[in-house]
Design a protein around this ligand. Structure first.
Ligand SMILES: Nc1ncnc2c1ncn2[C@@H]1O[C@H](COP(=O)(O)OP(=O)(O)OP(=O)(O)O)[C@@H](O)[C@H]1O
Ligand SMILES: [Mg+2]
Length: 293
């Protein structure tokens, strides 16, 4: 469906009169509206303000349909913003780039390629590395995600959790600075999810890796995040940010009272955000008509 350009705003913080920004990722009043049925407009996200520093791990939590995937898509450069300012390292995001990689919920591996060549795929496409180097790099990443011995297996020979590890390795192959992860562990069992979370934290330890991670799982957000941004229901707006001050690595943290206190705090905010949201959704539908399928 088409994106509705609601208004044209200046492209950079400087042009916007915001005096520039030192933030790595900077969103100011970012809205995205889709053109719905019968010329209706569906506002998915509404004036999102968010600044992320390099090396931060930020989780987005919010009710279903509040625009989390939409926000990741605009940061990835897959979708344009309808209004607002969105910059990466001070430059307006207007297209995808090798500095960003997206990890989706479904691994989406190429069934005719073995694990190793699934991981080299992005490198081959980008043409940034010779074949031999790409294979060495892919081998290192498979080691990192614990799949070195499955390099020659095909996707159908792997479990869901193993496929998701390959997906992660594939995203990391291009050495992205910014990892965008859309509920990447939602479809794996609880035990695998916990080990994938710990692996991801270890991978993101490198100070140059910044992560924006979407989840519905409060425990997952508290385990991973330096900061959790909680959105209202559609149109999504950030209602609250919770800074998680638990030391990393967090392997042993899940049963500690401080961890549980964060879980409780975030679930309280989420509940009230969902309540606020219902009202804003009703307002929206009055303005634009019913956009539900
Ligand atoms: N291509 C599209 N065309 C029209 N409306 C869309 C499109 N994509 C998303 N939407 C609408 O935008 C809103 C936000 O969708 P989005 O997928 O970003 O939500 P989400 O927070 O990721 O939801 P979930 O948690 O269920 O994955 C929803 O109301 C959805 O129906
Ligand atoms: Mg989504």
């Amino acid at each position: 469906m088409a994106i509705a350009r609601v208004s044209t705003l200046p492209e950079t913080p400087v042009e916007a009169g915001l005096g520039g920004t030192s933030s790595y990722l900077y969103a100011s009043k970012v809205s995205v509206a889709y053109a719905g049925r019968d010329a209706d407009i569906v506002t998915a996200i509404d004036r999102i303000d968010l600044s992320i520093d390099r090396g931060e791990f930020v989780c987005l939590l919010g009710p279903s349909g509040c625009g989390k995937t939409t926000f990741l898509n605009v940061v990835a450069g897959f979708l344009p913003v309808s209004s607002g300012v969105l910059t990466l390292k001070g430059k307006a995001i207007d297209r995808p780039g090798p500095d960003r990689a997206m990890v989706f919920q479904q691994p989406g591996l190429l069934p005719w390629r073995d694990v190793l060549h699934n991981v080299t795929f992005g490198l081959e496409m980008s043409g940034r590395m010779r074949r031999r180097e790409a294979i060495v790099r892919a081998g290192e990443l498979l080691e990192l995600v614990g799949l070195a011995e499955f390099a020659r297996s095909f996707p159908h020979q792997l479990s869901g959790g193993m496929q998701q590890r390959v997906n992660l390795a594939r995203a990391l192959a291009v050495r992205p600075e910014l990892l965008l992860l859309d509920e990447p562990f939602a479809s794996v069992d609880a035990q695998t999810r916990e080990s994938l979370q710990a692996e991801l934290l270890a991978i993101c330890k490198a100070p140059e890796v910044t992560a924006l991670f979407v989840t519905h799982d409060i425990g997952e957000a508290v385990f991973l995040a330096d900061r959790i941004c909680i959105l209202t229901s559609r149109p999504g707006r950030i209602v609250r940010e919770v800074r998680v001050r638990l030391p990393k690595p967090r392997d042993e943290v899940r049963l500690k009272p401080e961890f549980l206190a964060y879980v409780q705090e975030v679930s309280g905010v989420l509940r009230s955000a969902a309540a606020t949201a219902g009202k804003s959704e009703n307002r929206e539908e009055k303005r634009h008509g019913d956009d539900r399928p």
